[in-house]
Design a binder for this molecule. Structure first.
Ligand SMILES: [Mg+2]
Length: 119
């Protein structure tokens, strides 16, 4: 599968990329929602792993923009949340997020979330 990992933390992106890479998946990285939209304009990932709190364009704004595009709308999203982003879960879910993964997470939890929410 092809993944798009959207997070402002380079360390987090590296963890996701390495974990998914070991499973044979391809990962494209974006540092914020705007960069992710730019990537979506030219390629279509099978699943998006999305952070909420990011500069320039956060996860909620990204979900709003993604939902307005008929093609992008169908791409499943797994949201990475920290404790303070907890109230935003319902909002993200209302905007089409399929699954949630609490930070910090390990490779097994990430793999399980992908199996459960992205097939
Ligand atoms: Mg962040």
């Amino acid at each position: 599968m092809r993944f798009l990992c959207v997070d402002d933390s380079a360390t987090l992106r590296k963890i996701v990329s390495m974990s998914l890479g070991e499973l044979g998946h391809t990962v494209v990285e974006a540092e914020n929602g705007k960069a992710a939209l730019d990537i979506l304009a030219s390629e279509k990932p099978d699943c998006i792993v999305l952070d909420i709190n990011m500069p320039v364009m956060g996860g909620i704004e990204f979900l709003e923009a993604k939902g307005k595009n008929a093609v992008w709308k169908a791409i499943p999203v797994i949201v990475l949340t920290t404790q303070d982003e907890e109230p935003l879960r319902a909002k993200a879910m209302g905007l089409g997020a399929k699954g949630f993964l609490a930070k910090p997470f390990n490779k097994e939890q990430l793999t399980a979330a992908i199996r459960q929410f992205a097939g």
